[in-house]
Design a protein around this ligand. Structure first.
Ligand SMILES: Nc1nc(=O)c2c([nH]1)NC[C@@H]1CN(c3ccc(C(=O)N[C@@H](CCC(=O)O)C(=O)O)cc3)C=[N+]21
Length: 286
């Protein structure tokens, strides 16, 4: 048996085209062009590449991007000050602080300096709480993109055993909450999980978000499972052994061409949403 590929490239392109159309409409109606501020601390080559990809997709969607590169030696206080300033700048509608920041910086403090109205990357505690309670707010981009992929491929999480491997604040943890909101039975697995293979053996949906190349093997999967590989390891290698998964699962996301493009599409989609909301609010207050 060979699984079907669950690709994100086409869905991401469609999402970006719709976002571009909405951005054009907003600009025609109000003269406001959506603007995403991208903040990058240091020059980690992978992060430089990701931010360049995000800005490139912004340009394609008619979204302005304002890049703020900061030296690796930036302090928490300096970074928080920069992000506060962007939060208060009415010409900036969305803010992305590229993760990870250098270890001496309190990343949580920096994320929390993002105005929740501009948190198009879905990284603040306010966004997490809104998402977890089913209120309006921005989803963390990778989990948000994964939900859109599941919907596009007709995977209904209701009653399914969804296993999230990883519990990071902007990926694994919000992923489980989004699946829970759609009535999946959710299990989180992590480095202290005693018997991961036993849990995986009963997983209808697996989301791999651990950051270890080919950590999950095909023979560990339940036959017919839906496998989402959210790993982005050096060299474009996922967290799942792709060939093994293809021989055992029903649907598998490739790396590259799966979750990654959806992450960026959601970021830009949410930037256009943020600009539209902020512009409507500004119009209402004059
Ligand atoms: N605040 C923050 N928000 C993020 O969303 C965030 C982040 N920090 N830090 C790093 C991770 C990683 N990430 C990716 C986005 C797109 C691809 C992507 O599109 N990858 C392409 C391949 C890329 C290539 O060809 O090099 C693909 O999978 O097809 C991958 C990884 C967002 N992240």
């Amino acid at each position: 048996m060979t699984a079907q590929l669950m690709t994100g490239t086409d869905l991401a392109r469609e999402t970006l085209e719709r976002a571009a159309e909405r951005a054009r409409h907003l600009e025609a109606e109000t003269g406001v062009r959506p603007c995403l501020a991208t903040v990058l601390v240091g020059e980690d080559p992978a992060s430089v590449t990701y931010v360049a990809m995000k800005r490139n997709r912004c340009a394609r969607a008619g979204v302005e991007s304002r890049h703020v590169p900061l030296p690796a030696a930036t302090t928490t206080e300096e970074l928080v000050a920069v992000i506060r300033e962007l939060s208060e700048d009415p010409t900036v509608h969305g803010i992305l602080l590229q993760h990870p920041v250098p270890a001496h910086i309190d990343e949580r403090a920096a994320f929390e300096a993002i105005d929740p109205a501009k948190d198009v990357d879905g990284v603040t505690m306010a966004s997490f709480a809104n998402m977890a309670f089913g209120h309006d707010g921005f989803a963390s981009c990778t989990p948000g993109g994964i939900m859109r992929l599941l919907d596009a491929y007709g995977v209904d999480p209701v009653g399914q055993h969804a296993v999230v491997v990883g519990r990071s604040p902007i990926l694994g943890k919000p992923m489980g909450m989004l699946l829970l909101a759609r009535d999946a039975t959710v299990t989180y697995c992590h480095s202290r999980t005693v018997d991961l293979p036993a849990v995986l053996a009963t997983a209808d949906i697996v989301v791999a978000a651990v950051g270890r190349p080919e950590f999950i093997k095909g023979e560990q999967l339940k036959p017919g499972a839906v496998v989402i590989d959210a790993g982005y390891n050096p060299g474009n290698v996922g967290d799942v052994d792709f060939d093994g998964a293809m021989g055992r699962a029903r649907l598998v996301t490739p790396v590259p061409g799966g979750v990654g493009p959806m992450t960026i599409a959601v970021l830009i989609d949410q930037t256009v949403d943020a600009a539209a909301r902020q512009t409507a609010l500004a119009a209402a207050s004059v």
